[in-house]
Design a protein around this ligand. Structure first.
Ligand code: NDP
Length: 489
């Protein structure tokens, strides 16, 4: 008997070839049938409600409150009471303890939250597990560290909290956007009323359990769910500051509403980022960066690299590699850890993507979609590349917010800058080149709040994020992210 035969002889014979259940499976989330509004540390029964669904299967998940004006006012009153009754005067080191606790509980419960995020939002589990959850916890850890050091962060400026912050967030990174908003607000000594997006309320609602576990004083964080009407009620209410992430149109409406009121405002709005590939770039890495830039989270990313600018001399090469890479992307069940592109967040968003893609075809761009079998139920869109795109086409100008890339070309760095900046937005950009000096010169000339070099879609709580022009104003993350929640003498 050979050594190999002996080993085989000793190997146990598997009785069953089925896989063990995935550790990130639907069973680990216990959904309630109905959720109330989280006001003053209690669940209150909403007057109206709606059904939130799983966009991958179009199946109902739970009933959620549609907060009315009165209910929003009750939440703001609870936040005001908590602010006056102790939170604003609590020593920073005590506030920090709560933030550290929240961060640790999120880490401990990260698997459950990751599944919930994918279930309600449609994003692939490998993204919610490896990006959304670790970053959300990291934001709480990071701002916990600042809570007792505000005097050092802003020396000689006597930083003071503002009061009650009204926060309105979108559906693309529900828990992460919540963390970006709540962590700096609490670290600075404010209290909060937050509204998650209509289509993705569940992680924010389960986060209320985390707040209870952390024994955060009642009323410091209040969560009200509902559609745009609830958001508008927050903006109109007696809050001291509004922090909004979402579309440019709604951002403009909020700015008009707040003009002259003296309330502080930060807006994180849309983008149409240029991802610029120079001919000396490491092309295989660049192709990975392009894929990550636009297909990450189904392209539902405000800073997505949705306009690819490729230097003409490497155009054919890049497009060939990109198309080949696209054929390997797996579209499907968000809870399958091998899925690269999950479900589109809602029927409405799918319709918007389809409409813009049709406009691209009609205007004359060439479309490429890899062969791909989509699930029968749910909202899906095949990863798409448009070539032969002119700058005037809608697909080169408007935010598609889906897995759709528009490719343009350039010959010189000047032309690249000109085209990259030719947009009403200014949120982010990417530069791919092996030349350090070119990275620095491009970074100076690109009109974007965040510029990645030889990478894309990297986030870190220590790093400020925000835009220029129609991408909004104010920064989130880093020290800069504390400033909009503070008043100075
Ligand atoms: P919205 O701007 O409509 O939504 C963002 C948040 O604002 C949601 O919580 C929304 O509630 C709320 N809201 C809606 N109307 C009002 C209002 N009048 N006053 C106050 N709050 C309001 O974005 P959508 O979800 O409709 O997405 C549309 C487009 O916006 C996308 O296609 C994309 O282009 C862009 N977008 C950009 C994001 C970014 O990160 N920069 C994020 C999300 C979207 P509700 O959920 O009920 O609508």
């Amino acid at each position: 008997m050979t050594e190999l035969e002996r080993k085989q002889d000793r190997a146990p014979i598997p009785a069953d070839w089925t896989y063990a259940p995935a550790p990130e499976s639907r069973d680990i989330v216990r959904l309630r049938e109905r959720y109330g509004l989280f006001v003053g540390g209690e669940w209150i029964e909403p007057k109206e409600s709606y059904t939130t669904i799983d966009p991958a299967h179009e199946e109902p998940l739970a009933e959620v409150g549609q907060a009315t004006d009165d209910e929003v006012q009750a939440a703001v009153a609870a936040a005001r009471e908590a602010y006056d009754d102790g939170w604003s005067s609590l020593p920073g080191s005590e506030r920090a303890k709560y933030l550290f606790r929240i961060a640790r509980i999120l880490q401990e419960r990260s698997r459950e939250f990751a599944v919930l995020e994918s279930l309600n939002g449609g994003k692939p589990i490998k993204e919610s597990r490896d990006v959304d959850l670790p970053l959300a916890a990291a934001h709480f850890f990071y701002y916990a560290g600042w809570a007792d050091k505000l005097e050092y962060a802003f020396p000689n400026r006597a930083p003071k909290p503002l009061g009650v912050a009204g926060q309105i967030i979108p559906w693309n990174f529900p828990l992460l956007m919540l963390a970006w908003k709540i962590a700096p607000a609490l670290a600075a000594g404010n209290t909060v009323v937050l509204k998650p997006a209509e289509t993705t309320p569940l992680t924010a609602l389960h986060f209320c359990d985390v707040l209870r576990q952390a024994e955060l004083p009642a009323g410091v964080v209040n969560i009200v769910t509902g559609d745009g009407r609830t958001g508008a009620a927050i903006v109109k209410s007696d809050v001291d500051k509004v922090a909004f992430t979402g579309s440019t149109d709604v951002g403009k409406a909020i700015q008009r509403e707040l003009a002259g009121t003296g309330k502080k405002l930060t807006l994180e709005l849309g983008g149409k980022a240029a991802n610029v590939i120079f001919d000396d770039a490491a092309l295989d890495q660049a192709v990975e960066g392009i894929v990550n830039g636009i297909y990450f989270n189904q392209g539902h990313v405000c800073c997505a690299g949705s306009r690819l600018l490729v230097q003409e001399s490497v155009y054919e090469d890049v497009i060939d590699k990109l198309k080949r890479r696209l054929t390997t992307l797996r579209v499907g069940d968000p809870l399958d850890k091998n899925t690269d592109v999950g479900a589109i967040n809602s029927a409405q968003q799918l319709e918007k993507i389809e409409e813009l893609v049709e406009s691209g075809k009609a205007e004359g761009a060439a479309i490429y979609q890899p062969p791909c079998r989509l699930p029968e139920k749910g909202y899906w869109f095949v990863p798409t590349v448009f070539t032969d795109v002119a700058q005037s086409y809608r697909i080169a100008q408007e935010e598609i917010f889906g897995p759709v890339l528009s490719v343009l070309t350039f010959r010189t760095p000047d032309e690249a800058v000109e085209k990259a900046n030719n947009t009403p937005y200014g949120l982010s950009a990417g530069v791919w080149t092996e030349k350090g000096s070119r990275i620095l010169s491009m970074a100076q000339r690109l009109r974007a709040g965040v510029i990645w070099a030889n990478t894309y879609n990297r986030f870190d709580p220590t790093s400020p994020f925000g835009g220029y022009k129609e991408s909004g104003f104010g920064r989130e993350g880093g020290l800069h992210g504390l400033e909009p929640y503070l008043d100075f003498e």
